[in-house]
Ligand binder design. Structure first.
Ligand code: SF4
Length: 204
């Protein structure tokens, strides 16, 4: 995958679990579960909407973005465009609920930065819309979030260039919700101490 643009969706995959990200993007592994199907149904609903304008705001659905300098590409669920002030707000739809972790916010931030690169504008806010709680959350595109997102993009470039799949697994709670659990076999990896063995040899 070297020299290819990073899919923006990979940012979220990586933030959730680096191994999951590598399985999907380096090994092209995929499996569905209740959560992924629910997410697909939601995105189909959002994508099927027609572009419309209300109160000076145009709502563009399924917008493709490609930012060669950042090296990222992807598709936005929704882009709100306020023509008079040239204000652009990317909106990402999620089936779950708001999270403490920043992975959803990083995804929106990458979308916003891609639009900034493409259109030469500055975007200060994005939004997340959570289906389960029916809540819209404003995403403040702070310097901190931008730098966190750029860092993840950098790590992803290295991960994809290496074509390696990390063996480290995340918490059991995350694995339970992961559609790749049967392919990944995290419990076997948790019990596999061969890496510790090799580490101990090199450290001694
Ligand atoms: S099962 Fe767990 S460790 Fe394996 S890919 Fe999924 S989240 Fe990551």
């Amino acid at each position: 995958m070297d020299n290819k643009a990073i899919p923006i969706a990979a940012i979220q995959h990586y933030a959730y679990c680096p191994r999951q990200c590598a399985l999907i993007h380096n090994e092209q592994a995929w499996a569905e579960n209740w959560f992924t199907v629910k997410g697909q149904v939601l995105h189909q609903k959002v994508d099927s909407g027609e572009p419309e304008s209300r109160k000076g705001v145009r709502f563009e659905r399924s917008v493709m973005v490609n930012a060669p300098i950042l090296g990222i590409t992807g598709r936005l669920d929704l882009l709100e465009v306020e023509a008079a002030s040239r204000t652009y707000t990317p909106v990402e739809y999620k089936s779950g609920k708001s999270k403490i972790e920043s992975w959803d916010r990083q995804q929106v931030c990458a979308q916003a930065m891609a639009i900034e690169e493409m259109l030469g504008v500055t975007i200060t806010k994005g939004a997340l819309w959570y289906w389960r709680t029916k809540r819209r959350e404003v995403v403040d595109l702070s310097e901190e979030l931008r730098s966190e997102t750029l860092q993840t993009i950098q790590i992803l470039k290295q991960l994809f260039e290496s074509q390696m799949t990390p063996k480290s697994v995340v918490s059991k709670k995350r694995c339970k919700a992961c559609s790749l659990i049967d392919l990944c076999q995290p419990d076997l990896l948790r019990n596999d101490h061969s890496q510790d063995y090799w580490d101990s040899i090199f450290k001694s």
